[in-house]
Design a protein around this ligand. Sequence first.
Ligand SMILES: [Zn+2]
Length: 276
Amino acid sequence: MIEKISFKWNKQWPNLLILWAIHGDEPCGTHAINKIIKEIQTNILQLESWSITCIPICNPNAYMKRVRYTEKNLNRVIKNHDKPLYYEEQLANILIEEIEKCDYLLDLHSMQSSWTSFVFQDYNDTDTISFCKNMELEYVITGRTKLAVTYENADTVGYAHKYWKIWAVVECGQHNDNKSKEVAYTTIINTLIGLWVIAHKKTNSQETISIVVTKVISKVKSGNFSQTRKHLDYVKTWMVLSTYDDGESIIAEENGYILLPNETAKIGDERFYIGK
Ligand SMILES: [Zn+2]
């Protein structure tokens, strides 16, 4: 049902789990993981330690159809299902076993509307900080947990956190952009180097911008953004960010970045975050 490729060094521990295509419409990283698997199999990359488990396509049926999911959003049903009713619940039962076995989880995604890459670093322990820093992505986004963004969503990292795993969610860029494939590849390689799994020199080194989420703005009534807002757009104090149908506006209280704008948010949903 799910293809899993494992490489074991002389012991099972520690184990890095790499997941891609939890959402079937995010094809770019599967290519990157498959390239890395081939490079390990042909000794271009030599593992110095660790075990690695790669699941290049977590939702095969959705991936084949290039849709986000077939019956249920897989990243909302990551828990044990005694009697799985839906295809994605069957997949979840397989994935949670792998998450429980791993020590580190790298969960890679791409987005429809963002061409930039970033990692969510939700915890500030030393292991998590260095795990995320070593990826050398354009942005590190921290602070979501302080805003009571909880993991009751039954997603991969919520499950990993429950079992005290070190984890990171990486957004590699736009779904079909070739650059996202490169970002995915470089992120995995940098992660392997950072954890001393392989002894290579880093392929790129760039300044990472750190953004702390300071505010979450939920949609309380019907209305729209006052103009198209993209993820990581920089806004200045007093700018009108969003206008409700009754004329009330949401004004930026301070300079900062718009994060993860959701154009299709329903009333009660998170509409966007502000970060600094
Ligand atoms: Zn995704």
